[in-house]
Write a protein of this length. Structure first.
Length: 427
């Protein structure tokens, strides 16, 4: 599928975004292994999060979606999952396969979890190593790629320090730790988003956090809950950048998750000169939620490196668009992780930038986009990557004519309503 995006004068209006993708994954898995039913309001509509629910159904967990959109999950308890009749299908979702592997490693059966062509190229050794140290037995293509065959075993508690910052690896280990006798600890040199810790606490797990040291005590007893998922901050990034680069824009995004461990995006945008305000802060299901108000104007640009690269890894594609239009441009370093996302995002960002007439210098671990550039109308390609599709739809708003986004349907992985929402507020 392709989408044709016309240039816009400004963005104007009020929107509410789908439920946070990261939180939805975690709630879906934890509710399935909790005791009793959970009701999850505003669960993400994205295909990735539906893959998580599909896997839990295949493991014998009854899941229904009510007319009001709430997802009801009848938890089977820690030991209540059933051997799946076929391969579990994670689709395009790295979150699903990495997080769920921690649960599958402790089951009394063997399971095989696979995904689409893109997911089959994404390395899984970063979760296979710690799970093996806990006693899991796993097999993978070339020792590191999906499909993963996981032979469930009793797991040992352990202390683990990931060699690189990864919320998914942390979550995988903590999920496995729910089943292990004793205390399982993850030590983070660089802090990552703490949605897992907050979700575990909501479901009643014995979890302690202190200065980058996270400990969960197992075996755990989780209890079903009624929860609400805040709007997705990563999805908000596309609209924040779009409004920022179009002078005269006035946009309000309601009910967005503002977890402090993900505040790097808002902090960076403000430092880059974006006129951004946060209103109506409240706590919902342990997560901070608020409204974001952004207006268009002059943008300075900036640098993303070190810990900021890990914190902003998902937002870097759309921030590259902001960088090209900004006064000083954008430099990204220490972001080699972009090479092993749904696509090689350094290469796909650079390729599409050049198609749109924007100069960009590519590094092994990032890129440099000079400022004060203009986008020209072109044909760009998502290459099946949802964040590339949405980032260059945003760039198209500032182009000199109509731009065509090929494989635009990739946006449905996280945000099926993206193009309709964008058109709703385009003037």
């Amino acid at each position: 599928m392709q989408q044709t995006i016309s240039p816009a004068r400004r963005l104007e209006g009020t929107i509410r975004l789908p439920g946070d993708k990261s939180i939805s994954h975690r709630y879906g898995i934890l509710a399935a292994i909790a005791e009793g039913p959970s009701t999850i309001h505003h669960y993400s509509t994205g295909a990735d999060c539906q893959s998580t629910l599909g896997c839990m159904r295949a493991l014998g967990v009854p899941i229904t979606r009510r007319e009001d959109g709430a997802v009801v999950i009848e938890g089977r308890g820690l030991r209540g999952l059933q051997a799946p009749p076929d391969d579990l299908d994670a689709g395009n979702s790295g979150s699903t396969i990495r997080m769920l592997s921690g649960v599958l490693a402790a089951q009394a059966f063997t399971s095989r979890i696979a995904g689409d062509e893109s997911l089959s190229r994404r390395p899984m050794d970063r979760i296979m190593k710690p799970l093996s140290l806990m006693g899991a037995e796993m097999e993978a293509v070339d020792g590191r790629f999906p499909p993963l065959t996981i032979h469930g075993r009793p797991l040992r508690a352990m202390r683990y320090e990931p060699p690189m910052a990864s919320a998914q690896v942390k979550t995988c280990v903590l999920m496995a730790g729910l089943y292990a006798e004793g205390e399982t600890t993850v030590v983070e040199k660089v802090g990552t988003r703490d949605h897992t810790e907050l979700a575990l606490r909501e479901f009643g797990a014995d979890i302690q956090t202190s200065g980058g040291v996270i400990t969960v005590k197992g075996p755990a007893v989780l209890r079903g809950k009624e929860l609400a998922v805040p709007g997705d901050l990563s999805s908000a990034a596309f609209f924040l950048v779009a409004a920022a680069i179009l002078p005269g824009s006035k946009l309000l995004i309601q009910g967005v998750g503002l977890n402090p461990s993900r505040s790097a995006l808002l902090d960076w945008l403000v430092a880059a000169g974006v006129n951004l305000r946060v209103n109506n802060l409240a706590e919902v299901s342990g997560e901070l939620v608020g409204d974001l108000q952004v207006t268009g104007g002059e943008i300075k640009g900036g640098i993303i490196r070190g810990a900021a690269s890990a914190a902003l890894i998902d937002e870097i594609p759309v921030l590259s668009v902001l960088g090209a239009i900004s006064r000083d441009g954008l430099v990204v370093k220490d972001a080699k992780e972009l090479r092993v996302k749904e696509t090689d995002r350094i290469a796909t960002v650079a390729g599409n930038m050049r198609r749109m007439g924007v100069n960009i210098e590519e590094y092994e671990d990032g890129f440099r986009v000079p400022g004060k550039q203009k986008f020209r109308a072109a044909q760009v390609d998502s290459f099946g990557d949802h964040r590339i599709a949405m980032a260059f739809a945003v760039a198209s708003l500032a182009a000199g004519g109509e731009t065509t986004v090929l494989n635009a349907e990739a946006a449905s992985v996280s945000f099926p309503e993206f193009y309709a929402t964008l058109r709703q507020i385009t003037v």
